[in-house]
Design a binder for this molecule. Structure first.
Ligand SMILES: Nc1nc2c(ncn2[C@@H]2O[C@H](COP(=O)(O)OP(=O)(O)OP(=O)(O)O)[C@@H](O)[C@H]2O)c(=O)[nH]1
Ligand SMILES: [Mg+2]
Length: 326
């Protein structure tokens, strides 16, 4: 059998240094890319691994793992198989005041509205090992034989897989860390960790790993509150990554390393003028809270009624949904 990297699961090879899976000799356990990431925090960026065509059996359990910052992915997800489970991970990064009960009921409402077929929803922090034992007990009690972890890159699939199977594959904020299907039999269940799905318009399209690794939220978030009494408030994100103009109170959930600065709306319009930028206007008339997801790095909660303009490079991911964190 071909030897695979103990970090990302890619098949190891000794022929091409510039290609993925390279090792100078097959005694080594980690490919060159994982070795550099582990020891120097440096990323070697290969083309995206093509997603494997997975063929499921009727009795398989598909576990969809969503990072709470990408909760808008629930608007997109489809559950085509019979047994599906939803894990909302990274719960630890929410401010302590957040009501998990509310999140759960809002998520369940959304699932119902979208006719998604989930047996159960788990709010989990794989990082802090919260609710992982409950998940394990559930999987055992239901006698699933084969369990797949699926979801976007950086949702914590490998971290959960490692906890459940007592494994040590690399968990890392690098988008696309896992580069092959990883399989392990553990306590009568076969677990599969999969290659993360890359959505277009996320932060790794704009920045290199060493620039984005700190601005993606990984620690508990201290939301930034922008009060708007009259008129508009302009906010510039990370020196020109995103510009926001809002006429209503806004709370931003983001890493404390993400730079947020107040700017006039005229000034923002100037920064984001030109062919390469887009401006999306969200208008809501109800007295209700909404959340706008900005790439995969920030969520802004806005009190309705509002008019909010989002300016950023074309192609970047921006979406609106009813507030989940309420
Ligand atoms: N704060 C926090 N960090 C987490 C949590 N779960 C995972 N992480 C961290 O997030 C990063 C990504 O986790 P992975 O398990 O590698 O994510 P993945 O879904 O396997 O990512 P890909 O392999 O790229 O698809 C790692 O640095 C983990 O340590 C969590 O619940 N809370
Ligand atoms: Mg992974």
């Amino acid at each position: 059998m071909k030897k695979k990297c103990a970090g990302c699961g890619i098949v190891l090879q000794t022929n091409f240094m510039e290609k993925e899976g390279y090792v100078s000799n097959l005694e080594k356990d980690y490919c060159l890319a994982c070795y550099k990431l582990m020891h120097y925090g440096k990323d070697i960026n290969y083309d995206q691994t093509s997603l494997l065509e997975l063929v499921f059996r009727d009795t398989d359990l598909l576990v969809y793992v969503i990072n709470i910052m990408n909760i808008d992915y629930l608007l997109k997800i489809e559950t085509k198989e019979k047994y599906n489970l939803l894990i909302i991970n990274f719960i630890d990064i929410l401010p302590a005041s957040t009501s998990l009960e509310n999140i759960l009921s809002n998520v369940n409402l959304l699932i119902k509205r979208r006719h998604l077929n989930f047996l159960k929803v788990f709010l989990v922090s794989a990082g802090k090992n919260y609710m992982v034992d409950e998940l394990k007990d559930y999987l055992k009690a239901r006698n699933f034989e084969r369990v797949y972890f699926l979801g976007l890159v950086n949702s914590g699939k490998t971290t959960i897989f490692n906890l459940l199977t007592n494994s040590n594959y690399l968990e890392n904020p690098k988008r696309g860390m896992t580069r092959n299907l990883i399989v392990k039999d553990y306590e009568y269940i076969t677990y599969f960790d999969t290659i993360g799905i890359k959505e277009s318009g996320y932060i790794d399209e704009v920045f290199e790993f060493n620039e984005y690794k700190d601005i993606i939220p990984r620690n508990q978030i201290k939301p930034t509150v922008f009060q708007v009494k009259t008129g508009n408030k302009g906010i510039l994100f990370q020196d020109g990554l995103i510009g926001i103009v809002t006429n209503s109170n806004t709370v931003i959930y983001a890493s404390s390393y993400l730079k947020l600065n107040s700017r006039s709306s005229e000034n923002l319009e100037k920064i984001f003028e030109g062919e390469e930028y887009k401006k999306i206007e969200f208008v809501k008339k109800e007295r209700k809270k909404y959340q706008i997801t900005l790439l995969d790095i920030a969520i802004m909660i806005v009190d309705g009624p509002f008019i909010v303009s989002v300016m950023c490079k074309k192609g970047l991911h921006v979406s609106l949904m009813e507030e989940i964190f309420r």
